[in-house]
Design a protein around this ligand. Structure first.
Ligand code: ADP
Ligand code: MG
Length: 574
């Protein structure tokens, strides 16, 4: 439906009631449950807590609770904490030059109070009186004596219940829950000395104990195998402290997801610095491959302004170019130092063996004649004798690299395997989807599908099956349909579902299988794509564990050549 623009003038300017003004402004900072969590975590961290527990119910749509053991508030402070512009962190705007806390605008609690039911229980010490404040829709309802331990417990419920417009923009509770989880990790990462627990539906989902930074990163991101070694470096220069944990070039990804920049303990979206980290690897990683880099900068508050973005995701730097340059230098220097300290002799015949034809029999995808160097790989994938270096994954399979853009080459005691990476990944995703079908998601805008009338009649008979698979659609007219709910990736791209529908609906007997197959195929790594070696090894171990190693279409997932076959082929006895 289109809304025509109509001017309602003549109108008189009027001053909004405080509460309305506040509800409007709240939308800027508090737009979804994850934003509430972000602000509450900032406050708990600012209070000097050593332990912070978070409880999320229904993705935060029902409630969000943060419990800390920090400095707490006495009755007077508690009573003003939810008022607009109430902050203990600055007194005047000049204080921004020295501010080190995460909050400073004094607007978060007031904004949250304006659009929810809020309860805060707090006390500055175990033997001090405890008070509980309740507020609803911007009004303080009560401040009364209560029970509790040192610190603060904040519970936010009924978020946006008086703001149907904003509620409409919220996603499913699982999507909102995922957003909360991201915020939780992002906040916990730069404070490894604080213990963080995340409970969802009252179940402990993530526990980040107090540890060193590298261990915090690995516990926050379980995709990074705990034993994979990382590099670490730090430096101070011209008012900026740099601390960086980053991957060896052998570990990489196809996206920039794990190039993360934190400035004064806040994750920021600063493309120039992400690019700097990426650039530092340009001599060791081919295009399209990205490292893991966690970079933490401490900058004198005088040289940075966070007050340019409502949620402080962006900042203005006084000396951005200089910082960019330093980041490249810092990481590159560390990579180079590591390279020269770990030179391993090449295998015979690997590089300088005359004509191309005579070169190694491992046709590695090796764009810079470095990347899948077997001697480098040996650092991570041990000799069958059971010796090489600490930190390698415990695997009986050795991964040797990718050939022809498609095959993952793996060696066990007796065989060499050539694994079709797309088919293997497709099968892995397919198995996961069968065990755990994707949730149905409502579409923000329903998708229109037009179908011939007779096909529409067939579709009607299949609606109950489709509904079980998370697909909801109904007929608008003889030949036009509307789709309102879709599962998994289809929800992100309803056009791909329409394609699937037109292709598969008519003759597929097993619609569930066809659907999972389509979803798996669309998400799987493609022929010609680079994949990092941790993922490669995971895929190889997966396919080797299967009883029936075939893709959902029935093709084999790998080709095997045995040691004895190979030896026979070069005329050796067994
Ligand atoms: P800001 O963090 O920008 O100061 P907030 O609205 O988030 O503004 O909080 C207002 C004030 O309430 C804070 O300055 C702080 O004094 C107090 N406060 C909020 N949460 C806590 C907490 N968890 N522990 C102790 N004090 C808190
Ligand atoms: Mg705050």
């Amino acid at each position: 439906m289109r809304h025509e623009y109509t001017s309602n003038s003549p109108r008189r300017i009027r001053i909004l009631r405080d509460i309305d003004a506040h509800r409007l402004a709240a939308g800027e900072v508090i737009d979804r449950p994850a934003a509430v969590l972000r602000e509450l975590l900032d406050n708990a961290i600012d209070a000097g807590s050593t332990s912070i527990d978070v409880y999320i119910t229904d993705g935060g749509l029902t409630s969000i609770t943060v419990i800390d053991n920090g400095s707490g508030m006495d009755k007077d402070d508690l009573s003003v904490s939810v008022l607009p512009h109430a902050t203990s962190k600055i007194s005047t705007i000049e204080d921004l030059d020295t501010i080190t806390s995460l909050g400073f605008r004094g607007e978060a609690l007031a904004s949250i109070a304006a659009c929810s039911r809020l309860e805060i229980i707090s006390t500055p010490g175990d033997s001090s009186p405890v008070y509980r404040l309740t507020a609803k829709d911007g009004n303080i309802e009560s401040v009364e004596e209560w029970k509790g331990k040192k610190g603060t417990k904040v519970t936010v419920g009924e978020l946006f219940h008086t703001m149907p417009g904003r509620r409409k923009f919220l996603k499913s509770s699982s999507a909102e829950g995922t957003a909360c989880r991201y915020v939780f990790i992002e906040k916990a990462l730069p404070f490894p000395e604080i213990s963080f627990k995340l409970f969802m539906q009252n179940q402990l989902r993530l526990y980040l104990p107090p540890v060193e930074m590298e261990a915090r990163i690995k516990s926050a991101f379980p995709v990074i195998p705990v034993k994979t070694p990382f590099l670490e470096t730090s430096e101070s220069s011209r008012g900026v402290d740099y601390f960086c944990i980053h991957s060896y070039p052998e570990l990489f990804r196809r996206d920039r997801k794990y190039i993360q920049i934190f400035v004064n303990h806040r994750r920021i979206q600063e493309y120039a610095f992400v690019q700097a980290a990426e650039h530092a690897y340009s001599h060791v990683l081919p295009g399209g491959a990205f490292p893991y880099v966690f970079l933490f900068l401490e900058i004198d508050p005088r040289f940075i302004d966070f007050n340019i973005h409502p949620t402080k995701r962006e900042a203005r730097f006084k000396n951005k170019n200089e910082i960019h340059h330093s980041i490249v230098e810092l990481i590159r220097k560390n990579l180079t130092a590591e390279e020269s300290s770990s030179l391993t002799p090449s295998l015979p015949g690997q590089r300088d063996s005359g004509s191309e034809k005579d070169q190694v029999t491992f046709p590695f995808k090796n764009p810079q004649n470095k990347y899948f160097d077997i001697s480098e790989a040996r650092k991570y994938f041990p000799d069958p004798s059971g010796k090489p270096v600490s930190g390698e994954p415990e695997s009986s399979v050795k991964y040797h690299g990718q050939a022809f853009g498609l095959f993952l080459i793996a060696e066990t005691d007796e065989n060499i395997y050539f694994v079709d990476q797309h088919a293997a990944h497709e099968r892995m995703l397919f198995d996961k989807l069968q065990q755990n079908p994707p949730a149905s998601q409502p579409l923000l805008v329903p998708a229109a599908v037009s179908l011939d009338e007779d096909k529409g009649d067939v579709l009607i008979s299949k609606l109950p099956v489709l509904e079980k698979l998370g697909i909801r659609m109904h007929r608008l007219q003889e030949d036009s349909w509307e789709v309102t709910h879709l599962p998994g990736r289809f929800a992100e791209n309803p056009d791909s579902f329409t394609e699937f529908l037109k292709k598969s609906l008519w003759d597929e007997k097993d619609l569930a299988k066809a659907l999972f197959d389509e979803l798996a195929c669309k998400s799987a790594v493609k022929d010609g794509e680079l994949i990092d070696h941790v993922t490669a090894l995971e895929l190889i171990e997966f396919v080797l564990s299967l009883d029936n190693p075939r893709c959902p279409h029935g093709r084999p997932l790998y080709h095997t050549v045995s040691r004895s076959q190979l030896r026979r082929n070069v005329g050796r006895t067994l």
